[in-house]
Design a protein around this ligand. Sequence first.
Ligand code: FAD
Ligand code: 2HG
Ligand code: ZN
Length: 512
Amino acid sequence: MTAESISRLIAELRRIVGQNHVLTQDDGEDLRAWELDWRGRERGKALAVVRPGSTQEVAEVVQACAAARPALHVSIVPQGGNTGMVVGSTPDTSGTQVVLSLTRLNKVRQLDAGNMTITVDAGCVLQTLQEECEKAGFLFPLSLASEGSCTIGGNLGTNAGGTQVVRYGNTRELCLGLEVVTAQGEIWDGLLGLRKDNTGYDLRHLFIGSEGTLGIITGATMKIYPMPKSQLTAFAALPSLEAALQLLGLAHEHLSAGLTGFEVMGQFALSLVHKHFPQQRIPFWHEPRSAPGRPKPTDAPSGGSEPHAVGSVGAPYFVVLENSDNESEEHARAQFERLLEAAMEAGCVTDAVVAENLAQAKALWHIRESIPLAQAQEGLNIKHDISINVSRIPAFVAETNALLMKKFPGARLVTYGHLGDGNLHYNVQAPEGEDQKRFLAEEEAPMNALVYEVVDRYRGSISAEHGIGSLKIDKLPEHKSPVALGLMHRIKRALDPLNLMNPGKLLHTENH
Ligand code: FAD
Ligand code: 2HG
Ligand code: ZN
C-alpha cells in the first residue's frame, strides 16, 4: 500500500460522497464509534469511514474500492447501527478496510397501504420504520431491544429475530424485495412487493443473512400488518423450564395466531436486571438473601431449574407473553384469563399478572429487554445464541447446566430468550470478583466447545439469530456440513470474485 495510492482512493471517495462524508484518522477524526463493536470486544482500524447519501453513491464507492483492491488490498465492511453481537460490522486491525456506513440512507420511500408493504432505505432505523407504520395504522412487527439504533439493512444482513418471531417470523419472512449494490458496483433493483414470483432463484434470500459478504443492501420492501385492536402482555412465574414448555403449548392452543411473543427468563438473568436497574419493578420478585454474586454450591441441577436458584428468592423461571387480538381488548383479556387459569390448574404457572394498560405492558417488556444491557453492565460475558427443537430445550438445559457447573464451577449462567422459537441465549457471566478478561481468554474456547458439543448432539444451531461475524468464523466449519459449507463458498466466489465484501466475516475466504 503506498501513501500516494491511498490518497488517490480517499480523494476519489470524497469526490463521490462529498468531502465531509469520508472520515479518516489522519484527519484527526475519532473513529471509535465505527471501529469498536457493541460488546466492546474488539476495536479495529479503518482506512476510512465512508457515508454515501444515495444508492448511486454506494455503487460508485464499491466501484472505486473494487478498482483499488488489486493494488491496495482494500475491502469494504458494510455497517448499519453497529449493534451486532458477533463482531461483524467493524473493521479488522489491518487498516485496509473501508467502513461503508449506510446511516445517511435513511428515508422511508413509500408505504403502500393497499399492498400492505413499506419500502425504505437500508439505513432506516428500525424504530423509525415501526413509527411510520403506526402513524398509518399498521404494525411492522420486527422488534429488538436495539431498535432505537439498529437499521433495517443490518436486520436483513443478519436476518435478525427478536421477540415477535413466534407469530411473524424472522426478518427474512418479512421481506418481499431488495435493492442491492453488488460486489461489482451494479445496482440490482429487486424492490418488488410481490407475494408470489417464481421466476427462478430467489436472489433476495441470498443477500438476507449474508452479513455484508455478498453485496450491500440499499433498500427493502417489507410486509406490514393491520395494527391489532389490542396487544396484551402477561408476566408469569414458573416452577421449571418444563413448565414453561407446557405453558407454551397451552398458549398456542388458547391464543392460536394471537400468540405474538413468548420469552423465558431465568432467575439469575432477572437478578442482573434487578441489580443494575433497581428502579424496574419485577413482578413476584422477592429480595434474595444476598446480592447476585458467586452462586452457592448447588446440588446437581435437575428438572431444568437454574443452578443459581436459591429457594427463597422466588421462582426459577419467568415468562413474558403477548396476546394480540383483532377483535377487542375484552376478548383478548378473557382469552388470556382462560389461558392463565388453565396453566395454574395444570401447575405450570405459580403466579401471573396481566398488564392493565400500555404503560404496564411496556414496563413488563422493558424488564425482558434490559437483560442484555444488565449483562453488559455486569461485565464481559460469553454468549451462546443457540436454537434447539423447542420440545428438547428443558433436557438440553438440564444436561448442559450439569456439565458446565462441573467443569467451570462458579460460572454464572444467564439463561433467557425466545423460547417460543426454540432460541435460547444461554450466556455465561464470569464468577463474581474474577478477572473478566482472563475468564474470557482462558475459558471462552473450552466453554464454547462444551456447549456446542451438546448443541450438535441435539441437532441445534450455534447461531440462531445473531449470525457468525468474525467471532464464530472458526466455529462454523466445525458445526456446518462440508457440503453446505462448500456451496456457501461457491456462492461467495461467484458473487464476489475479488473477495471485496466483508472478508474475515462469516467464511474464511483468504484463498478465494
Ligand atoms: P450492524 O451491526 O451494523 O451490522 C450487522 C451485520 O450486517 C454486519 O455483518 C454488517 O456488515 C451487515 N450489514 C449491515 N448493514 C448492511 C447492509 N445495508 N447491507 C448488507 N449488510 C449489512 N439481534 C436479534 O436477532 N434479535 C434480538 O433480539 C436482538 N436484540 C439485541 C439487543 C441489544 C441490546 C443489542 C445491542 C443487539 C441485539 N441484537 C439482536 C443484535 C443486533 O441488534 C441485530 O443483529 C441487528 O439486526 C443489527 O443491525 P445493525 O443495523 O446494527 O447492523
Ligand atoms: C436478546 O434477545 C438479544 O435480548 C441479545 O438477542 C441477546 O445479549 C444477548 O445474548
Ligand atoms: Zn435474542
